[in-house]
Design a protein. Structure first.
Length: 223
């Protein structure tokens, strides 16, 4: 009887301790599992850029105000590295005339650690006060080739080491190469501010000459 009572007492104590032991083995509460950041495929941008004459030529004096370019852009990234871009630009000139540009292109991002190299090809059209044709207002279809090199410095800052452009009209003598460099600050993964300095050349049949110097301020938002 004593042995039976001892076994019953031992079993009772074991059963009463089991819930507490099970509670000790319960998984720790680690909080909600964070999903990976969603890919921000779409982006919109707005750039404002005053331009100044690079050299003295004809009635234009080096350093004088030439125009202000305002450009809106829309981009889409797919397969992580391919980029489609479209833009519309209005250039408001100092003689109260305007020149417009519409352009669409495709590019590919080659990533080498913190450095990204992005070549791009585009087709576009310019019209209104183009300086082309007998009356200086003929529209022109053109192609453009771009090459951008960007270096990520840290989480917020990137150095846009270079942005090269070759632009050429199909039916007119009109080549307008350009080189630019700048800095980009990221407020978040979505919102970025860019400041860049550029220098362009022009050839409309009388050889290449320095055309414009520009200082651009651009905002870009991805979603």
């Amino acid at each position: 009887m004593r042995t039976l009572a001892t076994l019953m007492l031992t079993s009772t104590l074991a059963l009463s301790a089991a819930p507490a032991f099970a509670a000790d083995l319960a998984p720790a509460d680690l909080g909600p599992v964070k999903a990976p950041n969603a890919m921000l495929n779409w982006s919109v941008g707005l750039e404002v850029s005053p331009e100044f004459y690079a050299v003295t030529k004809g009635k234009n004096t080096a350093g004088n105000y030439a125009d202000t370019a305002i450009k809106a852009s829309l981009g889409y990234t797919f397969d992580q590295n391919w980029v489609l871009n479209g833009s519309f630009q209005a250039t408001l000139k100092n003689d109260s005339t305007q020149q417009y540009y519409a352009e669409g292109g495709v590019g590919y991002k080659f990533k080498f650690g913190d450095f990204t190299l992005t070549p791009q090809a585009a087709l576009g059209e310019t019209w209104d006060a183009t300086g082309l044709g007998d009356d200086g207002d003929s529209s022109a279809l053109y192609y453009a080739l771009y090459l951008a090199g960007d270096l990520k410095l840290n989480k917020q800052w990137s150095w846009n080491v270079f942005n090269l452009r070759w632009r050429d009209a199909f039916d007119y003598q009109w080549q307008t190469p350009k080189v630019a460099t700048g800095l980009t600050y990221a407020f978040s993964d979505a919102a970025k501010l860019n400041v860049n300095l550029g220098y362009s050349w022009k050839n409309t049949g009388d050889g290449y000459y320095g055309d414009k110097i520009n200082l651009a301020l651009a905002m870009k938002y991805a979603f």
